[in-house]
Design a binder for this molecule. Sequence first.
Ligand SMILES: O=C(O)C(=O)C[C@]1(C(=O)O)C=C[C@@H](O)C=C1
Length: 279
Amino acid sequence: MIKIKIGFLGPHGTFSEEALDNWINKSGLGPDSYEKIAFPTIIDVINAVGKQIDMAIVPIENSLEGSVNMTIDCLIHEAEVMIAGEAVLPIVQHLFAKKSIPFEEIREVYSHPQALFQCRKFLMKNLPHAVLKEVSSTAEGANIVAKSPSYGIAAIGNQFLSKLYNLTVVAESIQDSQNNMTRFYLLSTEDKPSTGHDKTTLVFSTANRPGSLFKCLKVFAQQQLNLTKIESRPSKRILGEYIFFIEVEGHRLDEPLKTALVELKQLTGFCKVLGSYPV
Ligand SMILES: O=C(O)C(=O)C[C@]1(C(=O)O)C=C[C@@H](O)C=C1
């Protein structure tokens, strides 16, 4: 039986894997019908879609810290993939060490930059002396702590890390807000057909002239289309030149979004639809 290969940010125990496991449970995929493959960075995950893997899951934004720029930039500039779905995961962060130790004895804390940001208040209050070390994922932080001969270092990540890396929970639920959520995209080589309750992600650039962005956004307003996200990212060509990343309600092949996209393409130098997918 051919298995669907699904990529995620590894090693095992990341929030990306947790989001993927939840999605697999909901989608009803049988245990023999898929294979999970861990990649060392988000860029590697995205660029493997359509090559070593059929699908991938990547974080796109967090309710405390905002967009995951690495994902957005890779989708804009590098990847030839389509967004085929989304998934939201509540994020609960814990502090782990090799054994139970007082906060004063923790000299370094390893985690993904998003996770460190999400726990900023806790870290400033309880571990002001500790050096924060950014690593490629929360699970990689746990891996470093588990392998280190030192007892004075800690990692931040989800509840599964203690079992996977044989670590002790030093503090529970340390994120700055109890309502901490991360949204993930499911990537594939094709997006999804219309369900009547869809969203579309697109990127475009405008001329650097008064009213250019206004004219582009007016296209959506005139069609009564609701924008659910707008972000500007550097074009990476010239300082002060931007690419706009937008999510809008509707499917790219359904009216009124279909007409809006035709009008938008006439107003923009660069316009690319990254996919339509069920909400
Ligand atoms: O490091 C992880 O565990 C990840 O899956 C990455 C990531 C992210 O990039 O936002 C995913 C969810 C959390 O917000 C923290 C980290």
